[in-house]
Design a protein. Structure first.
Length: 427
């Protein structure tokens, strides 16, 4: 079978027909999403891209021919996601805090991840991790990824806590956004470049952080991409924000998947169990007590209440955007890649059953036009999950895939630099 539908139906059919045409590749009916991991051994990941980085990934990554075998209890991608996003401090890791002041008076908490015995290879680039919007340095999925980078001899690994997150005060009216002057990637990268002027920099990101990284690497970026940056590896990126809620907010789909995620999001934004993570105070300050109380008390038993939750949280957009639609237009990679192109290689790994990141055939056509983009669409894995065990707090596939793609991107960068030198000599 060569069609994406075969992941769910076990048969070959036209890519442009049926459900895919209406909702996009990921937007198949939820009952079939429940079934498709059962037949995943027949499914292969698909690599989209016409440039050298896509060719290198297709040729060199062992995960291209390897199936992701998610345990049966984790068929529901929300279940897997919630287990992967706990706050659980790894005693082997030390966090060394750097404070990065932004141009508009904000402050970011940049934590260097250190571990005894992990000296690292000085010839490898410095890694800067930009996580999802709910994540901080003590998030399990952040710490497992940083540990994998340390295992692979990347000795200098940093993790960015956005404005108002994890013991970092919110000093500006705006939060960190994946757009323009409020995209703090360029501030952090410049800070790292000042610390390590002779080292290359690799950006690693997921979810919201992936959108921030993509915005930074575009030709339309608010600030020039630093010459030390070699590229980015990201996963679980919401590539088309217009489609994120389209098609999944059916009553059966909502009950099976989105309801639990909404409750998780509501809880994270209104409870601070983990000591100075900072989200509830920041959200209350931005919303005001009355709206904050309303959002906290929603039962989320219906789709209408789910929409009410998200409409309430839209106040967090503040004055940086004129409306929610304007936010989508300004920040969605689907829109940005039609207006600009990437200045550095970027690998994005997404899953078909990622309930937050649907992708359409039109999106794929847009992505393939950028030679610096490699878009990897995996048959399953969920959102930021790709778990190996029933209780997926440590072991997962995605960290291995990200670090492997990072190694390939680094080697590709070195080969490109050597070719450029040879060309200069011949000239």
């Amino acid at each position: 079978c060569c069609s994406w539908d075969c992941w769910c139906y076990g048969c070959s059919c036209d890519l442009s027909s049926g459900i895919n045409a209406e909702y996009g590749v990921s937007m198949v009916n939820f009952p079939f999403r429940q079934v498709h991991p059962l037949v995943r051994k027949w499914a292969q990941p698909l690599i989209f891209g016409k440039g050298p980085i896509a060719e290198a990934i297709s040729r060199q990554s062992p995960f291209v021919e390897r199936q992701i075998r998610t345990p049966l209890p984790c068929l529901n991608p929300v279940y897997a996601f919630v287990h992967r996003t706990k706050y659980e401090i790894n005693p082997e890791l030390r966090l060394v805090r750097h404070l990065v002041d932004t141009d508009d008076g904000g402050r970011l908490g940049l934590d260097k991840m250190e571990r005894d015995g992990s000296e690292g290879d000085p010839n490898k680039p410095v890694v800067v991790v930009f996580p999802g919007g709910n994540e901080v340095s003590i998030s399990t999925k952040v710490q497992t990824l940083c540990s994998k980078y340390l295992d692979a001899s990347y000795g200098d690994v940093f993790m960015c806590n956005y404005r108002g997150k994890f013991k970092t005060p919110l000093l500006t009216p705006q939060l960190t956004f994946q757009n323009g002057r409020f995209n703090d990637v360029f501030q952090v990268v410049n800070y790292i470049a000042d610390l390590y002027p002779d080292r290359k920099i690799l950006i690693s990101a997921d979810c919201f952080g992936g959108s921030c990284a993509l915005d930074y690497l575009l030709t339309s970026s608010y600030a020039p991409v630093h010459e030390n940056v070699i590229g980015c590896v990201a996963h679980s990126v919401q590539m088309n924000l217009y489609e994120t809620n389209k098609g999944i907010l059916t009553e059966p789909g909502y009950s099976l998947f989105v309801k639990n995620y909404s409750k998780y999001l509501q809880y994270v934004l209104t409870h601070d169990r983990y000591g100075s993570v900072g989200l509830p105070d920041m959200v209350r300050k931005k919303m005001g007590d009355k709206l904050y109380k309303t959002m906290s008390e929603l039962s989320l038993d219906t789709i209408d209440e789910h929409n009410q939750l998200y409409e309430g949280f839209s106040v967090l957009l503040d004055k940086a955007f004129s409306s929610s639609d304007d936010y989508v237009y300004q920040t969605s990679p689907h829109c940005k890649l039609q207006r600009a192109s990437l200045t550095r290689p970027m690998v994005i790994i997404n899953a078909q059953d990622d309930f937050t990141a649907p992708v359409s055939t039109e999106d794929i056509e847009i992505f393939e036009q950028d030679e610096n983009l490699c878009f990897w669409l995996n048959p399953n894995g969920g959102h930021c999950s790709y778990v190996k065990t029933v209780f997926p707090t440590v072991t997962n596939y995605i960290d291995e895939m990200v670090v492997n793609c990072s190694d390939i991107l680094v080697a590709h960068s070195e080969e490109t630099a050597e070719e450029r030198k040879r060309d200069e000599i011949r000239m």
